[in-house]
Design a binder for this molecule. Structure first.
Ligand code: DP6
Length: 334
């Protein structure tokens, strides 16, 4: 017997948040307590192929050639379950994913992964979803993934419900030639990931103040991007990153992501800016420091970062476009 199965591949980029997402009002649906703004990273990509077939006994996930049998596969199955519910099909899926950057080190690998998964799986299941529906699906897998569905500079509005907590583009990738220079201090997989950290955010006494002030920071950040005001973006982004890490360090159990090398660079970057070099720092849930600069400063900033003895490597990326389907085709299953 021969059965047809549709296989669809999609590519998505990770993103770096200038205004961070930390803490949920609904952990299952990943409805955040505050809105956030990010830039997609065009040089970094995840490509994911999804195939549904009645002959598969279960969902299977392979990442960079390794079969995943743990929590990662379970999270993928949760998004696939929603796609099965929406499409009315019950087949299991084979998911094969490849990345061109290290995983679990403070580059939002889950953002690219779940954004690519949402597009590829929706396509393979025959769902015709618009950007908003795809952003929602990606968010169910990883909150920040909803910001990797649209292109360029994206804002995730916290929204009032599962349907409207989605991201949209506020400016395309070519609006502003910003460069992210990611200073890698460690490629070890982080011990506590974001998913385990979000539910405890409210145990920090600083979270309430951070969330209450978020609409102001969002507005400043959005305006700074739209007007290409580097200094304004620099100040609000550094402030927002440090506020989030203050919450992380004071929640229970406490999360300390900064390493001595991270802190040395965090102190150097504002001093470089005071000298006239357009650069600022921001850190996600890991020790690596994202140094954002204008394209014209990138070579000088990269050389200065590499001069730090504890920096193992620097990954460079400009702004990136939206997640997109790259191929689809019928596979004949025997
Ligand atoms: C620190 O989106 O990785 O990078 O929804 O549990 O997958 P999950 O969390 P995730 O959280 C990202 C947190 C952050 C800040 C940000 O990207 O906004």
């Amino acid at each position: 017997m021969s059965r047809d199965s549709l296989s669809v591949s999609a590519v998505a980029h990770p993103n770096i948040a200038f205004i961070k997402y930390w803490g949920n009002r609904d952990n299952r649906l990943r409805l955040p307590v505050n809105g956030s703004i990010s830039m997609n990273l065009g040089a970094l990509a995840t490509k994911t192929r999804v195939t549904f077939s009645p002959s598969y006994p279960r969902d299977a996930l392979t990442v960079n050639g390794m079969a995943m049998s743990d929590a990662a596969a379970e999270r993928v199955s949760e998004v696939l379950d929603e796609i099965r519910r929406l499409s009315g099909r019950s087949d299991f899926a084979d998911v094969v994913s490849e990345t061109n950057f290290p995983l679990g080190v403070g580059i939002a690998s889950s953002a690219a992964a779940f954004s690519a998964l949402a597009l590829a799986a929706a396509g393979a299941a025959g769902l015709e979803l618009k950007e908003a529906g795809l952003s929602r699906l990606a968010r169910l897998g990883s909150g920040s993934a909803c910001r990797s569905v649209p292109g360029g500079f994206c804002e995730w509005k916290s929204g009032g419900s599962d349907e409207d907590s989605i991201a949209h583009s506020i400016a395309p990738a070519d609006h502003w030639h910003l460069v992210d220079l990611i200073a890698i201090f460690s490629t070890a997989h982080k011990k506590v990931g974001s998913s385990a950290g979000h539910p405890s955010a409210a145990t920090s006494p600083y979270q309430e103040a951070r969330v209450l002030d978020a609409p102001r920071r969002i507005q400043v950040c959005r305006e700074a991007i739209l007007t290409r005001d580097f200094d304004r973006l620099a100040i609000v982004s550094e402030e927002d990153s440090t506020m989030m890490h203050c919450v992380m360090m004071t929640q229970r159990p406490a999360l300390f992501y900064w390493e001595p090398g991270s802190l040395a660079l965090m102190k150097a970057v504002p001093a470089w800016r005071a000298e006239g070099l357009a650069a600022f720092y921001t850190l996600d849930a890991g020790p690596n420091v994202h140094v954002i600069c204008e394209a014209g400063s990138a070579d000088e900033v990269e050389a200065r970062i590499r001069a730090f003895p504890t920096v193992q490597d620097v990954i460079r990326s400009g702004a990136g476009g939206p997640a997109h389907v790259v191929s689809s085709g019928l596979i004949l299953m025997d």
